[in-house]
Design a protein. Structure first.
Length: 292
């Protein structure tokens, strides 16, 4: 079974390109086609149904492939790059064609640029086995990035945050007020899920922005800054939304040079009485550094 726009693009390149270099040639008898099993969560349902064994990382058994590939699932959950899964599966589960097709060097470099810093947060270096210099240049036969085209080469890639971001429990109004005081900005906003399957799939409702504290930001620039946050910090946005299609939240955070980072997020719901009380009291509340 074949499917997915990236796969169609690959097949088009196969038809247009000439003979690959020595790096991609191999005898058909040196490897065999096998179905991608359900247990291989990394690559099952990636867009094709069969893969080559041994793979491009020299794993010779499916047991080894499943074991080694599963260690990358936490990185995918961080959503550090939209092409990370395609890149990894091109190596762990190479598509079953008449020749081995490696990922392009530019694809490797793009994924590494976004994902290596996230791995470093947890003490893991980018492995030598994924050294981008080992992969072919873009003018050779290879799998290129699919999240960007010639008209969107400058688009900002979604990047995961090193810090986990989850909805907070509105414990007491006092604690919430202290949290608002400790952060640079605080805003009540409505977030909408776009009708799309991409990683950056959330929009800020500009008509539902209530600025509680703007700090070093101009009030007029806050909506654009928060939309940028939704676009680039995919992990935080997904965790806050928890699968919902729309929601109202009180978020607070800090300003870091050209971006904002959300540190606290509370769901605006009727049962969160402490949150409602804190927001009502905020207009007359004086933070410790202001009291005096």
């Amino acid at each position: 079974r074949l499917g997915g726009p990236w796969l169609l693009g690959l097949l088009a390149r196969l038809l247009l390109c000439g003979s690959p270099g020595a790096w991609a040639s191999y005898l058909r008898r040196s490897s065999s086609c096998t179905p991608i099993p359900h247990r291989m969560a990394l690559c099952y349902d990636i867009g094709y149904s069969e893969m080559r064994i041994p793979n491009l990382l020299e794993h010779e058994t499916m047991t080894e492939v499943i074991q080694q590939s599963s260690s990358w699932l936490p990185l995918l959950a961080r959503e550090c790059h939209p092409d990370a899964r395609i890149f990894l599966c091109s190596l762990f589960a190479p598509i079953c064609l008449d020749r081995l097709i490696y990922p392009c060097r530019s694809l490797c470099e793009a994924v590494k640029r976004s994902c290596a810093p996230v791995m470093a947060c947890y003490g893991y270096p980018w492995p030598e086995i994924l050294n981008c210099n080992k992969f072919p240049a873009d003018h050779e036969l290879c799998i290129a990035a699919v999240s960007m085209d010639q008209n969107s080469s400058s688009r900002r890639m979604p990047r995961a945050s090193c810090k986990d971001c989850e909805l907070e429990e509105a414990s007491t109004a006092r604690e919430i007020l202290e949290s608002l005081c400790a952060n640079d900005f605080a805003v009540k906003i409505r977030i909408l899920r776009k009708n799309t399957t991409t990683i950056s799939d959330f929009d800020l409702d500009p008509s539902k922005v209530e600025v509680l504290k703007h700090g070093p930001l101009l009030r007029t620039e806050i909506p654009a800054r928060l939309q940028q946050w939704l676009d680039i910090d995919a992990t935080c946005a997904h965790n806050i939304m928890r699968g919902t299609h729309a929601g109202v939240f009180v978020v607070s955070g800090e300003v870091q040079s050209d971006k904002v980072v959300v540190n606290k997020a509370y769901a605006w719901q009727k049962r969160n009485r402490n949150l409602h009380q804190a927001v009502r009291r905020w207009k007359h509340h004086r933070c410790p550094e202001q009291a005096g």
